[in-house]
Design a protein around this ligand. Structure first.
Ligand code: SF4
Length: 95
């Protein structure tokens, strides 16, 4: 079914109530992220392309307020000053 060949499966391959086993996600992981990117904050133009193309939805582009970062943020959370208009006082991260 994962490779769109489910119509070729015999009826006996299914359980009587029509369900099929869950947990098949592990077979879909293709190991495509062999190399993990290491962004260079000073070179980041905040285009968000990295979060758009990340195959594992692991890269999240966020804006955070400086005061929240100082109060509640982890010490190793790397951010840069937000570059777009109207975002003064915000920090940007795409980690
Ligand atoms: S937002 Fe992501 S893709 Fe764009 S410059 Fe920054 S790190 Fe690179």
């Amino acid at each position: 079914m994962l490779v769109y060949q489910g119509a070729k499966l015999p009826l006996r391959a299914f359980m009587p109530d029509g369900i099929f086993l869950t947990g098949s996600t592990m077979y879909e992981k293709l190991g495509i992220a062999i190399n993990v990117r290491e962004p260079i904050p000073d070179n980041c133009i905040q285009c968000n392309q990295c979060s758009l193309v990340c195959p594992h939805p692991a890269i999240r582009a966020v804006f955070v307020r400086e005061e929240d970062l100082v109060k509640n943020g982890p010490k190793d959370f790397i951010t840069v000053e937000a570059k777009r208009k109207g975002l003064k006082g915000l920090r940007y991260s795409s980690r």
